[in-house]
Structure formats: structure tokens, C-alpha cells
Write a new protein. Sequence first.
Lengths: 252, 232
Amino acid sequence: MGVGVHVEHLNAWFGTTQALNNISMEIAANHATAIIGPSGCGKSTYVRCLNRMHETVPGARAEGTVRIGDLSIYNGTSATQVRRRVGMVFQKPNPFPTMSIYDNVAAGLKLNGFRNRRRLDEIVERSLQQSALWDEVKDHLRKKSGASLSGGQQQRLCIARALAVQPEVLLMDEPASALDPISTGKIEELIFQLKENYTIVIVTHNMQQASRVAEFTGFFLLGELIEFDKTEKLFTNPSDKRTEDYITGRFG
Amino acid sequence: MRTRFQQGLDELRTKLLAMGGLAEQAVDRACQAYIERDLTRCHMVLENESRINAAEREIDELAFDLLALQQPMAVDLRFILAVTKINSDLERVGDQAVNIAERVMDMVELPPADLPIDIPRMATASSAMVRRALESFIEGKAELAQAVLEMDNVVDRMRDEAFINLTRKMNDTPEVTRQALDALLVARNLERVADHATNIAEDVIFWVRGADVRHNVAVADPGARQPIVDRS
């Protein structure tokens, strides 16, 4: 099951440049929360702080409180432990190109020393079913490589790979921006189903997508969280003029 | 700035105001026709109806295009929805003007009768409501729209009084029953015009404040922000 994410006074820097400024946000368990904002507003940095990926950039650091369920992730917890609970899907599908479909999904578990073959089979099947890819690939799981799939299928494979380690939170950084409308539709449908078992945070440039899939939306601007509200409220009657100017295209 | 989209919204605003002008003119003409028993004005109202109907279709098409092609959000989305609803109300105002003109055409065939009803006063009140509702749309001001809502009771009361007085008149003087019925129908048409003005005012409040004040279910927040009205 998904867990809530508690973010309090989160600040992040790239060297001396502050990228996030005092962000506080309660992300509801088993719901999708969308993060929107113009390029460079800090939305990707924000989600990368939720699984300790931000600090992998040389010179980057983050401070503040982030709790995944009851796990405080900036409090001596190892990054590996955090990422087991927080999966991530990126803008560009990035399956391991030389691995089979099966091995792509099983990779995280194998890396963690999981060797039970029958159990692995079950998890691979379950993950591919959850990511709505099973029916399309079940006959050539071991024959075809991840790279042989279409872009949309590759992205669903990456989602299956993230789900295989049974995270509680799934971060998606523009997961459909490189996909055609049909594949995008499948990913959006999938997000809807995944909410039953996972907490989802999705970064998107596509406001229609945010309004279709997310119950809550946060608008970021210049590293600050300007407005965070129910999606319906934010897109129909936002409280802050900056939000309104952004979503109505009056910026610039 | 989405220039083409802004141009589309401006065009929508201009077209709706032009249609508002036509609907307002139709009601005024019909009422003047009643007062002066003037068939020429009646015919003008009937002829004008097709222009109002054409304007309604044009506005709907433009609103539909903007919704489909520009995916408006927030205040823009509320604006377009409000325009489509105001558009329908204005078309209905035009219909009421036609109904009044048809009653006048019937009355002109009959001997004049002294009836206990002040149609000019009621017409002034209803027309003022339409005009002020359109002003609140032009200005994007919810306070002006709110004032229109408060005027509706006055016109309702006039209609109720007309009903009582004209029923009595028909009982007392049956030979003017047909004229009294025509006047009663005109009073009802004017009361409907006021209702449409009320709807328009409610839609302006929805656009400006994002608050649904229909059927007295919510009170508009007087402290709410004003919309971005492009006056360029």
C-alpha cells in the first residue's frame, strides 16, 4: 500500500544556487499528486529530493524534513533504503538495453540478492500486469530485449521495473512527454489504477494531463511552491494570481 | 502571452456585447410598440429575431472552437462557459421580445382598454436589469451583477400585482378579457426577461469570482479577486 509523504522546510541547492526554497507539502497516500510549473522552477529537483537522487549530482545538497510514511529520509537513512520504498520513472524510457524484458523487471530484485526463481517469476508477471504490459510481452519475456519494444511499451516496462521492488511511492518525472497520444493514454490509465496500491507524484508540463490524473496539484515557480490545492480548484479557480497567469498562458 | 487565444476571447466578448445590444433593443422596441400600439415596431422586432439567432450560433461556434483548440483554464475557462450561458439567455430575451410584439399585434386589432397595469414601469425595470447585467459583464464586476440579482424581486412583485389586478378586471369587465390576457402575457414576458437578466448576472459572478450563486445556494465572496479583464 502507498504511504503519505510529509515534506517540511525542504531546501535544495546546486552548488551555491538555491533550487528549492522552503517547500512544505503533505502528499496524500494512495492518490496522485501532480507537480507543475515552467522549466527551471524546481519541480524535477523537488521529486528527486523525495528519493535522495538530488544529491547524486556533484555539488548538490538538500536540507529539511522528508518523511516517507514513518521513514525520515534525511536523518541518517541510507539512500538505498529510501529508493527501495520510492520508485522512479523518468521522462525518457531507459530500459537496460542488453537485458531481456524479464531481466529488466527482475533487475532490482536480483541486485538485492533475491534468487528464488519461482517467486521471481511471480513478481515479474505481477509487475508487468500492473503496468498493463503483460499481455503484449508474455510470449517473449526472455527472447526480446527491453530495447526492442516501442517507446510506450518501454515506458511501461520501466514502470514494471519500478513496481517489482514493491515501493510505496512512485515518482514519475514527465513519464509521457516523449510518447504518442495512445501510449500517453495508457500511461494515464495506468496511473489511475496504480493509485490503489501506490502513492504517486507526477511531474508534468502537460496541464491537461495533470488535471486528468491527479487529485492534488502543486504549482512551483522559481524554486517556491506557490500554490498547492485540489486539482479541480487549482485549474478552475486558483487562489494565487501567479498560478492563474501560468495556467492561462499569460506568462511572459 | 497567447496572443491568438486572447484575440479569440476579445472577439467572443465583442460578439456577445453586440448580441446583448440587439436583445436589449428588441425588448425596448416591443415595449414601445405596446405603449404606442405601433405595428411597425412589432414587425421590426420580428425581423430582428433572425439576427439574434444568427449571433447566438456564431458565439457558440467561436466558444466551441476556443474550448476545443485552446484548452482554456481557470478564469478563461469560466469566462467561456459564462459567455455560452449568457448567449442562451440573450437569445431567450430576444424570444420574449418577439412574444411581446405578437401580443401587441393582437391587441392592436381590439379596442383600447383601460387596464390596471403599468407595463412601461415594468418594462423600464426589466430593461434596466438586462442593461446592468451586461454592464457588469463589460466591467467584469461582480458587485454590479449582485445588484441585478437584488432587482429581480421588484419585477416579480410587479408581475404578481398585475395578475391580481387583471384577474379582477376580467371578472368585473368581461368584455376586455382578451386585452387583459394580452397584457398579462406581456407582464409575464417581461418578468421572464428579468429572470434572464438574473441568470446573466449569476454567470458574471461565476466568471469573476468562481462562485456559483444560482438558486441562492451560495453567497458570492465580496473579498474575492477580480478577473483579468483585458481592456486593450
